[in-house]
Design a protein around this ligand. Structure first.
Ligand code: SF4
Length: 357
């Protein structure tokens, strides 16, 4: 895995410890109805050979955070502030032309639905070759050879033939593998996977997760896994960030999250996972209410209208993300001891998935 070939991202260098660090990231979009505050002060980091899982409902800011890392939210109506430090370079300040040499080559992304992300009118080989030639000065023949190897590596059978298939000629699992091959052919340092298995059945989902885990181990790629599925987090993540209303509200190791979760929102997500080893419930638990409007956020804690533990202070004061213990950050006004007691209780009643990896 190349780690020092970043030719263009040379300005605004600072000392950092992780490969990718996000500090106080704010992203908002001006709309006719008002400003949409999609990300509010996100603090995240991921290092080589490890996986950061970002979990939360739709509209929690997971995907906007990822797209901003890729430089794909630089719309005229967008306001972006904070820092995205990649190997010492602040990507927020990096001009578009320099960002192009990072995107795809150093930081790659796989999307939820490969059918809408792959161009339907071009063969998958052509699309992978184009991605290689956009970043490297190699002949078409060399790029095609590498594309075939990449398809082979992600488990596509007969890649010499499949390379000349159009996206619609492949199954959902094969298309997702082709997307992953395209993302990995340039051996990126960071791979962002945005709900990569949502559109797939469980067997293919397990194969894709295995593939991502193997690639992380083999190439020491840093993985950012975005999902609404805590089962995927339990399978793959080393660190977990729980996002709600554009904020990171709990951040800790996978083991800790599935042993002593400390946030009422995380408890709600955990309760909503059906378990195969428990008696079949009449109805699945769900979190009451809906995610808030990102234009008109509730006062205080953004989760307060849905929180069964809401207190007066929650209506007035937004909780800060603070250290509960080393390596465990939580944004909640509940007393620490009370949070831990309730979290442990939930895990003992509902079971932990941390041993299912
Ligand atoms: Fe619930 Fe209050 Fe904690 Fe928010 S701060 S999660 S409303 S207890």
């Amino acid at each position: 895995m190349p780690s020092s070939t970043h030719a263009s991202a040379t300005s605004d260098s600072v000392q950092v410890s992780s490969l990718l660090e996000i500090h106080d990231l704010h992203v908002s979009f001006r709309t006719r109805d008002g400003d949409v505050h999609a990300v509010e002060g996100a603090e995240l980091s991921v290092d080589r050979g490890s996986t950061l899982g970002i979990v939360g409902e739709s509209g929690s800011g997971k995907s906007v955070t990822a797209l901003t890392v890729m430089g794909l939210t630089r719309f005229p109506n967008a306001t972006i502030s904070g820092e995205i430090i990649f190997e010492g370079t602040d990507l927020v300040k990096l001009p578009n032309n320099q960002m192009q040499s990072v995107r795809g080559k150093r930081i790659a992304m796989i999307f939820q639905d490969p059918l809408s992300s792959l161009h339907p009118l071009f063969k998958i080989g052509w699309q992978i070759v184009e991605a290689i030639q956009a970043h490297e000065d190699v002949s078409k023949a060399t790029a095609r050879k590498r594309a075939i190897e990449a398809l082979r590596e992600v488990g596509i059978p007969s890649p010499e033939k499949r390379i000349d298939s159009y996206p619609h000629e492949l199954s959902g699992g094969m298309r997702q593998r082709a997307m992953i091959a395209m993302a990995l052919v340039l051996k990126p340092d960071v791979l962002i996977a945005d709900e990569p298995t949502t559109a797939l059945d469980v067997t293919v989902q397990a194969q894709i997760l295995d593939l991502i885990r193997r690639l992380k181990d083999e190439y020491q790629t840093a993985i950012v896994m975005i999902t609404h599925d805590l089962g995927v987090i339990a399978e793959l993540a080393d660190e977990v960030a729980v996002m709600y209303a554009g904020r990171v509200m709990e951040r800790t190791s996978r083991e800790r999250l599935f042993t002593v979760p400390e946030l009422p929102y995380t408890w709600g997500l955990m309760r909503s996972i059906p378990r195969l080893d428990a008696p079949r419930p009449g109805r699945l638990d769900s979190i009451a209410g809906l995610p808030p409007s990102l234009i008109h956020l509730p006062s205080g804690c953004p989760f307060h209208p849905r929180c069964p533990y809401v207190m007066d202070v929650c209506l007035k004061v937004e909780p800060k993300l603070e250290q509960s213990e080393p390596g465990h950050l939580v944004a909640c006004h509940l007393q620490v001891e009370e949070r831990r007691r309730l979290g442990r209780e939930l895990v003992s009643q509902h079971g932990s998935r941390s041993d299912e990896r």
